[in-house]
Design a protein around this ligand. Structure first.
Ligand SMILES: [Mn+2]
Length: 374
């Protein structure tokens, strides 16, 4: 069975407390990170251990790290990259020594996910993250910043913090002229360097797809469709080189058939982590996030969960972004309520699918026998 988790930004940065997360039905643990440590710096083992104990004291498990961010110099292959890769390996060692065996990361140049609206009003009175390519595609980074300043209503989009304006402009310039194959070569260089450590400490690496799943701001993107995922699988044969299967990110492009991607034999055994959420397409390069329920979005969540069950995915899963509902003022996409509803909905789907197939579905997630086995 899958193991349900919840993304948590840590005691300093997340207004949602662990005791609340603990009360979500079927919740086994959290996915977290030392967000205070900048990309490229080493994660101290004692800090990881401290976080792990903090989570365990609340009756939850620390089920994985999201993310240890990859320094931009590694992505564009600067001659300083070896030093940053060495630091990345030290961070992996710290995580591994603390008994944590899952790391989510991405290899997207400069940005994490991009949206044009952090609080798009939906018909039911909730708000959700929205994207309209007509607004941002074709803009330079500077123009995008100007748009955000005018329209963000005080919110900051991760990666688009206003104090990063000059830094981001400079970062984008460094990628000028780089092709997808150039970026892939740098990705392979990184994977080849870290895999021996992942094997030694039993750390499954799950690269997160690009979001949205198409090119933006003239930057190459290499994790946006089935073909891209197969290329990544072939870069390094270690089974620890794998994916975070994010249905909402891949699903931002309607051309991506997610159950088919899950069933691809070169991909399925490398799915180490699943982010499962829904999106509603409203036009070409235009979508908003929706509740997790199939009929509220454009993705068939039953077919997605069925594909995951059928390929034998027994790893860590989490609901991904949620809407803001019931008046909650949350970190955009990361409120408590809608993600909690998503977590229980996904468990309902999995229970029904497994029982229908006569597969085992444990009645107690907290029993040692059924607990997560790595
Ligand atoms: Mn995701």
């Amino acid at each position: 069975m899958m193991h349900m988790s919840f993304r948590w930004y840590g005691p300093e940065q997340d207004p949602i407390t662990l005791d609340k997360i603990r009360q979500i039905g079927g919740m086994e643990g959290v996915i977290t990170a030392l967000h205070e440590i900048p990309a490229g710096e080493v994660w101290p083992e004692e800090k990881v251990l401290e976080r792990k104990h903090f989570v365990e004291k609340a009756g939850l498990k620390l089920m994985g790290i999201e993310s240890i961010n990859v320094h931009e110099d590694i992505k564009y292959g600067a001659n300083t990259r070896d030093k940053y890769i060495e630091n990345y390996i030290k961070s992996l060692e710290a995580v591994g020594k603390c008994g944590i065996h899952l790391v989510c990361y991405n290899f997207m140049p400069v940005f994490d996910w991009t949206r044009t609206d952090l609080a798009q009003p939906l018909e039911d009175g909730s708000t959700a993250l929205g994207y309209n390519g007509k607004i941002c595609e074709g803009l330079s980074a500077e123009e995008m910043f100007d748009y955000i300043i005018k329209n963000s209503n005080g919110f900051e989009m991760p990666g688009w913090e206003l104090n990063r304006r000059s830094e981001i402009t400079a970062e984008i310039k460094k990628f000028a002229g780089m092709t997808a194959d150039d970026l892939r070569a740098n990705f392979k260089y990184f994977l080849d360097a870290i895999m021996p450590t992942c094997e030694k400490y039993n750390i499954k690496m799950g690269v997160h797809p690009d979001d949205p799943a198409y090119d933006l701001f003239g930057l190459p993107r290499i994790c946006k469709c089935e073909e891209d995922l197969v290329k990544i699988a072939r870069m390094n044969s270690s089974p620890y080189n794998g994916f975070t299967l994010c249905t909402g990110s891949l699903g931002s492009n309607p051309a991506n058939d997610i159950p088919k991607i899950i069933r691809n034999k070169e991909i399925s055994s490398r799915i180490h982590f699943a982010h499962v959420r829904n999106v509603k397409h409203t036009g070409d390069h235009q979508f908003h996030e929706s509740s997790h329920v199939s009929r509220e979005g454009s993705l068939d969540m039953y077919e997605i969960m069925k594909a995951l069950v059928e390929v034998g995915f027994n790893g860590v899963v989490r609901p991904d972004h949620g809407r803001e509902i019931w008046g909650e003022k949350a970190r955009p996409g990361y409120g408590l309520y809608d993600r909690a509803l998503g977590a229980t909905y996904l468990q309902g789907l999995e229970e029904a699918i497994r029982k229908d197939k006569g597969m085992n579905y444990p009645d107690n997630i907290y029993s040692t026998e059924q607990s997560l086995i790595w």
